[in-house]
Design a protein around this ligand. Structure first.
Ligand code: PAF
Length: 283
């Protein structure tokens, strides 16, 4: 596996592959790779000739009081995991390689509306940071396809919208959430949890399952079900931010229970921000 830190080196490598008519898949990550990321890399491996993985902790998508400074950086472990997963190229740029004039000065890519609900309500500007860096990565790599996890469901929809709205020539592939044996969705932030918090954390997924059961049993009071989900999380020891039942196509509020739905939840457990979601097919 090659490993490069500059856009010039990345482009040179991609140019050589293009000359050989190789197709290219990009897996954007912030590193601290776990089995969920490796699943994305394996998916990319199966659908393209060449796999590029970016590891970049993007300062632009963290709020002032968030965990940018303590976000886990595990470069050597990430590199070994990517060799094992048969990636072709690791792109690991420094902050000033991505934001040459600084984060404050960069042209921003904003997907309006959907960027300010749910996660966007609690993390203002978060998705603008995500879409800006993902648009830059797309331009740097010029891959045929990019692979994202369904764990960040809202992020996935926002990136799909950006690609559609801006006619970006890249296909977006989604990969199902990978879970621990007890249901907890894999996330780099799980490493922040104390032993006690880790034991409680699967209750987030359990709450989503219980909400889904109520919907499938025919309960029409979606607002009431959301409130019950919030209460369940509070009683389990979380500080819930939202439990929300939305249309899975665009996160709009469902007009009828026959829509294809997604239940999304976010909660603080101690000082750790956890999110998860589950889709519901009522048709
Ligand atoms: O999902 C992530 O890890 C990040 O939001 C992404 C897509 C790599 C952009 O920094």
């Amino acid at each position: 596996m090659l490993s490069v830190m500059t856009v010039a080196e990345l482009r040179e490598c991609v140019r050589r592959w293009r000359a050989q008519s190789n197709s290219i898949a990009l897996v954007p990550t912030m590193g601290n790779l776990h089995a969920g990321h490796i699943q994305l890399v394996r998916h990319a491996r199966a659908i393209a000739d060449r796999v590029v993985v970016s590891v970049f902790v993007n300062p632009m998508q963290f709020g002032k009081n968030e965990d940018y400074a303590r976000y886990p950086v595990t470069h050597e472990r990430d590199r070994s995991a990517l060799v094992e997963a048969d990636a072709d190229l690791l792109f690991m740029p420094a902050v000033d390689e991505v934001y040459r004039e600084g984060v404050e000065q960069v042209t921003q890519v904003v997907v309006p509306g959907i960027n300010s609900i749910l996660e966007g309500e609690f993390r203002p500007a978060h998705f603008d940071g995500v879409t800006t860096v993902v648009a830059k990565l797309f331009n740097m790599v010029q891959a045929d396809v990019a692979v994202f996890g369904e764990k960040d469901f809202q992020q996935l929809l926002i990136i799909r919208r950006m690609v559609e709205d801006l006619d970006m020539p890249v296909a977006i592939e989604a990969v199902a959430t990978v879970r621990e044996h007890d249901g907890l969705a894999m996330s780099s932030r799980n490493s922040y949890l104390s032993a006690g918090e880790r034991a409680l954390a699967p209750q987030l997924y359990q709450t989503l399952l219980d909400v889904r059961d109520l919907i499938l049993q025919g309960d029409h009071d979606l607002a009431g079900i959301e409130q019950a989900g919030m209460m369940q999380l509070r009683e389990a020891g979380f500080e819930p931010q939202y439990v929300s039942i939305r249309c899975s196509a665009d996160l709009s509020i469902p007009a009828s229970r026959h829509d294809r739905l997604v239940v999304l939840a976010a909660a603080m457990l101690g000082s750790t921000h956890l999110i998860d979601n589950i889709t519901v097919s009522t048709g």
